[in-house]
Design a protein around this ligand. Structure first.
Ligand code: RB5
Length: 147
């Protein structure tokens, strides 16, 4: 599975640890940066990751900023993107199972590196349940189409 990953200056250490973990576990990782501790604007990074997903080049994405919230707000502006900011295991699992989320957003200033790696691992290894949840996602798609 191909995973797109990116971060701003609030999540470099977390992003690097997640990328390394995923590669070690057989995932193909496209890292859009940042690659060193420089200040950037999180919407620019979110755009790079969402483009890889909407173009079909990656299946899932992971974005890390200080809180995970800015990245999720930016990513969710893109049609077809369902980005979830999570800081605990249950949400990381169920947002795949029920929301078919395609981007996990994490807060580098909210959770530790170890928790971030575990949440990313859960996210990429959990499948969408479909069924009644698809009906609800179809309604989200309708909201996108009407706005
Ligand atoms: C950057 O300082 C910070 O605002 C950003 O990483 C993120 O937390 C925004 O939501």
């Amino acid at each position: 599975m191909k995973i797109a990953i990116g971060c701003d200056h609030g999540g470099l250490e977390h992003k690097n640890a997640i990328a390394e973990h995923l590669k070690e576990n057989g995932f193909e990782v496209t890292d859009v940066g940042i690659y060193e501790q420089v200040s950037v604007d999180y919407p620019d990074i979110a755009t790079k990751v969402t483009e890889l997903i909407t173009k079909g080049e990656c299946e899932l994405g992971i974005l890390v900023c200080g809180t995970g919230i800015g990245m999720s707000i930016a990513a969710n502006k893109v049609k077809g993107i369902r980005a979830a900011a999570c800081s605990e295991h249950f949400s990381a699992k169920y947002t795949r199972m029920h929301n078919n989320s395609n981007i996990l957003c994490l807060g580098g200033r909210v959770i530790g590196v170890g928790t971030a790696v575990e949440l990313a691992d859960i996210f990429v290894n959990t499948s969408f349940e479909g069924d009644r949840h698809q009906r609800r996602i179809d309604k989200i798609t309708k909201i996108e189409e009407n706005n």
